[in-house]
Write a protein that binds this ligand. Structure first.
Ligand code: PLP
Length: 379
């Protein structure tokens, strides 16, 4: 009997519109996880659909060594919105590939092979990115992975100081850990990471696959610290639901990028979707909107849940609610009873990553739904 590798949820979603999804009985769900942060503009966005249609009308695919307009536009746009002198772009199809390239580029540029990563960090599931991912849960049965990775406690500058050496090719960190439980890095920690890697001649890789693209109230989460990495990775929401990843690097990394490549790197249709997505985020100032609605959401969650939860944390519309246990049950009840889709991480964190376009009324619905399942948050 043919079957699926993954277990599936008992809801058959057939249609999306803005922040809402609809099942096969036309029941409406608020997509408060934005399908893993992949639809920052919401579902079925008219601009993205138009951009894809226009590109499909002209050219679906051509071998990557020929320049195509949508890819050139995306290169320019990403260089423009990326912080500092991150001006060179490698395109791929996913977050893990973006990080895989980051690690390869750092190795090639430095001539070294060691990578320092953080406890609770998540960078993807291919052999290099998985090696830099902390949780054993994802690695079991797949080892040996790429070697030379050591892990240090997150937000601990002293531990990082001890770990970085003349053998270090890269330090890889998420400015806000997503899968690890919505843990923001302190400004001091990112500054220390910047100084240490610069002094050691290593690359600082910041993984913004989940926290980037306006979600935290700035185009990039690292902008809060003023730290400009050597490599910035992006994916998930980059093309509003279509598979595009990007590794954006400084010149010294780009010049030594070696022979890395990929057949579908920067396909014209996906690039057209990504250009429209990034332009819309920038031109309609969705980062400021995310800061406003996210601040409102966090404030109301804190107020309404009070002592029921340990902490409400995050930035903009990347919000984690730390509970005692029961996050998985609460997420299930939110979906099945309240028709609100959120993403738990582990047993103790409920994660909200809604489309950046939601308004306060959607935030209110999220809060009311969470309060309705609060019974489960303490068990
Ligand atoms: N990096 C971070 C921070 C992520 O959250 C994820 C996915 O959750 C990845 C990398 C991997 O991305 P993908 O699933 O597109 O390979």
């Amino acid at each position: 009997m043919p079957g699926f590798v993954f277990s599936e949820k008992p809801i058959r979603l057939v249609r999306g519109d803005g922040p809402y999804l609809y099942d096969d009985a036309e029941k409406e769900y608020l997509d408060a996880g934005a399908s893993y942060a992949c639809v920052p503009l919401g579902h079925r966005h008219p601009g993205v659909r138009r951009a894809i249609d226009d590109q499909l009308d002209r050219l679906t695919y051509v071998q990557g060594s020929y320049p195509v307009t949508s890819r050139t536009e995306l290169y320019d746009l990403l260089a423009e919105v990326a912080p500092g002198d991150l001006d060179y772009v490698w395109l791929c199809n996913s977050g893990t590939e973006a990080n895989e390239a980051a690690i390869k580029f750092a190795r090639h540029a430095t001539g070294r092979s060691e990578v320092v990563a953080a406890v609770r960090g998540f960078h993807g599931r291919t052999m290099g990115a998985l090696a830099a991912t902390w949780s054993q849960e994802y690695k079991q049965g797949f080892e040996p992975l790429a070697g030379g990775v050591s892990f240090v406690p997150y937000n601990d500058s002293e531990a990082l100081t001890d770990a970085v050496s003349a053998e270090t090719a890269a330090v890889i960190l998420e400015p806000i850990q997503g899968e690890g439980g919505v843990n923001p890095a302190s400004v001091e920690y990112l500054e220390a990471a910047r100084d240490l890697t610069a002094d050691a001649g290593a690359a600082l890789v910041l993984d913004e696959v989940q926290c980037g693209l306006g979600r935290t109230g700035r185009m990039w989460a690292c902008e809060k610290s003023g730290v400009v990495p050597d490599v910035l990775t992006s994916a998930k929401g980059l093309a509003n639901g279509f598979p595009v990843g990007a590794t954006i690097v400084r010149e010294w990394v780009a010049q030594n990028a070696g022979s890395h490549g990929g057949t579908f790197s920067g396909g014209p249709v996906m690039c057209a979707a990504a250009v429209e997505t990034v332009r819309t985020i920038r031109d309609t100032d969705l980062p400021a909107h995310a800061a406003d609605v996210g601040g409102y959401l966090r404030g109301r969650l804190e107020q309404e849940l009070g002592d029921v939860v340990r902490e409400v944390r995050g930035a903009g519309l990347m919000v984690g609610v730390e509970v005692k246990t029961g996050a998985t049950t609460a997420a299930r009840d939110l979906a099945l009873d309240q028709h609100v889709l959120v993403i738990p991480t582990g047993r103790t964190v409920l994660r909200y990553l809604p489309p950046l376009t939601i308004e306060r009324e959607h935030a209110d619905r999220l809060v009311d739904a969470t309060v309705a399942v609060a019974d489960h948050l303490t068990v």
